[in-house]
Design a protein around this ligand. Structure first.
Ligand SMILES: Cc1cc2nc3c(=O)[nH]c(=O)nc-3n(C[C@H](O)[C@H](O)[C@H](O)COP(=O)(O)OP(=O)(O)OC[C@H]3O[C@@H](n4cnc5c(N)ncnc54)[C@H](O)[C@@H]3O)c2cc1C
Length: 459
């Protein structure tokens, strides 16, 4: 390809690209994280020819490559609110030896407001294997190490995506595209309206966290410490500038001899800015070094621990949220608002980390909450569905809907919606929500408060 810069002072390098179209699919899912993996499998199980495109070398997203190794959002108190495919994935991970199953856990146990809840801790490496298997068995075509670079648009309708990979650039056509990138990358590039790009908000995003794993930890010894002692240690570490927030949060893989630590806290990062994102990784590693020294020196159970891994990617809590046909609010969650087009249930907790400082707003909604189909449908872009962290919700509601159990439930609904749109040859917005609900229920997904109550009564 010949290119030319016509003037030595030019500030724009104009490219003319001719991108080969590689294949045509019914459904393309951009991003193979919690939500995207499940979306692709759900779409494929409706009979749709499905392609899943993932930037990293593995599936599972933040849960695997960023090592956030516990799924929340499956339970509100004792009530299970997620079933279907996400539950099937937990069973697969457990069968492969990657988890001991759901367990009782205290979130942010050294903070001033710990929350007891039910989590699903897992070994992220085994989970990568389970994710591969789930996708393969459903017949999903998976392209790893492939980045969705741009949408293909025709008359403002999305009709595919352009991908960059080791071989260059190629395009894939699709009837429906699901944006599961967490950052609404495809939606934003398609001209969809979104929240979270405002300069003021970019400067006060929730902090990022670089997760790390220590081996040789006496987990039982640490867990047995009185809470006041854990809190005193956390405050001591923060005061000495050796740890970075008032939490000693970690989970453990089966065997309980390691600690996957969610303890770093990197403020003032706009993860949509490449320079900031890189800075988050190196600042994060500096924090990890400091935290490990403090844990080994001061915290019972960690004296003989060694640093085993640092996650391949910093954990990003907040970027964009699309403006959809409906925006979920905190008031909806608190009041238990009912929706005729409910397609998934959220559990909480409501979890909003202070942008600067070391605090966190953390509380459990009293009841599970319904999420309507309108949250997945961008206001303007035909052919596009958005799932996962970037669905249409206010900033505070997003604090309760971004957990991976919820993201997976939303993924299942998106995949079913995309599959039905293809089968009926209509836009996703024209699919009857009752058809989506019926298909989800047939597959044991829980879409309404009655569904969750029925499960509670049956168990
Ligand atoms: C530090 C931290 C702690 C958290 N703690 C918990 C917790 O304990 N439990 C819990 O349930 N949730 C937790 N969360 C929230 C949760 O991890 C995320 O909100 C959730 O993973 C969102 O799911 P998702 O599928 O939307 O995005 P992700 O899981 O992030 O997946 C998005 C995927 O899209 C891919 N992608 C992005 N752009 C492109 C592109 N252009 N082309 C191709 N692929 C692309 C990414 O590589 C990634 O695999 C935490 C989050 C953070 C950051």
């Amino acid at each position: 390809m010949k290119t030319m810069i016509d003037s030595p002072i030019a500030s724009i390098f104009e490219e003319r690209l001719r991108t080969p179209i590689d294949a045509t699919y019914d459904v393309i899912v951009a991003g193979g994280g919690a939500s995207g993996l499940i979306a692709a499998v759900a779409a494929a199980r409706t009979g749709a020819k499905t392609l899943l495109i993932e930037h990293a070398g593995c599936l599972g997203g933040t849960g695997t490559y960023a090592m956030v190794a516990q799924w929340l959002g499956f339970y509100n108190g004792e009530t299970r609110v997620v079933g279907g495919l996400p539950l099937e994935l937990t069973e697969m991970v457990t069968d492969l030896g990657g988890s001991d199953g759901f367990s009782r856990y205290v979130l942010a146990e050294a903070s001033n407001k710990p929350i007891p809840l039910v989590n699903f801790p897992f070994n992220p490496e085994v989970t990568k294997i389970a994710c591969d298997r789930l996708a393969r068995e459903a017949g999903v075509d998976v392209r790893l190490h492939s980045r969705v670079a741009a949408p293909m648009l025709r008359d403002d309708r999305i009709c595919g995506v352009v991908v960059e990979d080791i071989g260059g650039r190629r395009a894939f056509r699709a009837n429906v595209v699901i944006d599961a990138t967490g950052d609404a990358m495809v939606a934003a590039a398609s001209g969809a309206a979104f929240e979270g790009g405002e300069e003021e908000l970019r400067r006060r995003r929730q902090p990022c966290t670089l997760v790390f794993r220590l081996s040789n930890v006496d987990v039982a010894r640490f867990r047995a410490l009185p809470r006041e002692e854990k809190r005193a240690l956390a405050l001591e570490g923060v005061k000495a500038g050796r740890i970075f927030w008032e939490s000693l949060s970690f989970c453990s893989t089966p065997g309980n001899t390691d600690a996957i630590c969610l303890m770093s806290r990197i403020p003032e990062i706009d993860a949509l800015d490449p320079a900031d994102l890189g800075r988050a990784e190196s600042e994060g590693r500096g924090q990890v070094h400091s935290i490990v020294g403090f844990l080994r020196e001061r915290v019972p159970g960690f004296g003989r621990s060694t640093l085993a891994n640092i996650a391949a990617h910093v954990g990003v809590r907040e970027t964009r949220r699309i403006r959809g046909r409906y925006a979920l609010t905190e008031e909806d969650i608190v009041s238990g608002k009912r929706f005729t087009d409910a397609i998934a249930l959220g559990a909480g907790p409501m979890d909003l980390h202070e942008a600067g400082g070391t605090g966190i707003s953390l509380w459990m909604p009293e009841h599970p909450f319904e999420i309507p189909m309108g949250c997945l449908l961008p206001e303007l872009t035909p052919g596009l569905i958005v799932t996962g962290r970037a669905i249409s919700a206010t900033r505070s509601a997003n604090g309760g809907s971004r957990h991976m159990g919820t993201a997976m439930a939303l993924g299942e609904a998106s995949g079913v919606l995309a599959g039905l749109a293809t089968a009926q040859a209509v836009e996703p917005t024209a699919v009857n929500h009752q058809a989506v609900q019926a298909r989800l229920r047939r597959d044991s997904a829980l879409v309404s408060l009655e569904d969750a109550k029925a499960v509670a009564l049956a168990t």
